[in-house]
Design a protein around this ligand. Structure first.
Ligand code: HPA
Length: 283
């Protein structure tokens, strides 16, 4: 699919959202598979279904809500995406990252991304939370980079650098909150595959060699566009299952397992993200 957008499309979406809210969100949160409950913590929420926002793509997968929840979280004005859009659903990269451009136009300066991921690092267990320290755009290696095509210099540079895609100061705050809250926080590199197939055992072994600690089907396109637009990014993977490297010995990953692990992960992630928001650095 080759659907692309212009500034006018993003502006129409931003205008609709702006007409429904009194606050100016500063921080956006994207909730991954099975993690949507985190939106319940938002106070005085304005809820906007994606279907009411012009051009906004809609999730097609069980476990992804499909609405914006805008309000206060720990005294910070936030816009939460309850449910995200994935490349494997058949959407273009421009559609997958449409919300990020709308955020940019709305003046939202920071993005917290979350996802469900398979654990590649042998030390990880299902239910763990991993602070994303870096990412590998395996989908993009094949050319499906969300910035492919004409560059709008008003959004960001033609050749954006990605050396510190994940914000060092925010990562430090996340580590401090985890220590205070007694939450074991893993750290590592997130690899994005297109999906929707889970990995073969041979692919799992390959992804480990490539330097991945967790593997999933999202996040990386959004982070690329957010960084292109100069947003600060913090990311967490909820390890919903351990990626299987030996078909003779172990079970098999399922989407139900991913949703189930979300129940263990959500309470921890909620405490972590609330703690980070409480200590959020002044802009
Ligand atoms: N692989 C890819 N994506 C995933 C997985 C996995 O094992 N678990 C949750 N999302």
């Amino acid at each position: 699919m080759t659907i692309t957008f212009t500034r006018e499309h993003y502006q129409e979406a931003a205008d609709l959202i702006g007409s429904r809210i009194q606050i100016r969100p500063q921080i956006a949160l994207i909730l991954g598979s099975g993690l949507g409950e985190l939106a319940d913590a938002v106070e005085d929420p304005a809820v906007i279904p994606y279907s009411e926002v012009p051009h906004w793509p809609r999730p097609t997968v069980v476990g992804h809500g499909g609405r914006l929840v805008i309000g206060q979280l720990e005294g910070k004005p936030v816009m939460v995406m309850q449910g995200r859009i994935h490349y494997y659903e058949g959407y273009s990269m421009a559609q997958v990252t449409f919300p990020i451009r709308v955020m940019q136009i709305m003046g939202i300066g920071s993005l917290i991304v979350t996802n469900a991921a398979g654990g590649l690092n042998p030390e990880f267990r299902a239910g763990d939370i991993m602070l994303i320290t870096d990412q590998i755009n395996l989908v993009g290696v094949g050319g499906a980079n969300p910035l492919r095509g004409p560059n709008d210099d008003a959004f960001g540079p033609r050749f954006p650098e990605m050396t510190r895609a994940y914000d060092r100061e925010l990562m430090g705050i996340a580590r401090a909150v985890a220590a205070d809250e007694g939450i074991e926080l893993r750290e590592g590199v997130y690899i994005c595959l297109a999906g929707p197939t889970f990995e073969t055992p041979a692919e799992v072994r390959m992804l480990r060699i490539l330097g991945g600690d967790a593997v999933g089907m999202s996040t990386v396109p959004e982070v690329i566009v957010a960084r292109h637009g100069g947003m600060r990014v913090l990311g967490f993977s909820g390890i919903s299952n351990i990626a299987i490297d030996d078909p003779e010995r172990q079970g098999r990953p399922t989407h139900e397992e991913v949703l189930e692990a979300g129940k263990v992960i959500v309470p921890k992630l909620t405490r972590l993200i609330k703690g980070v928001l409480r200590r959020w650095p002044d802009e």
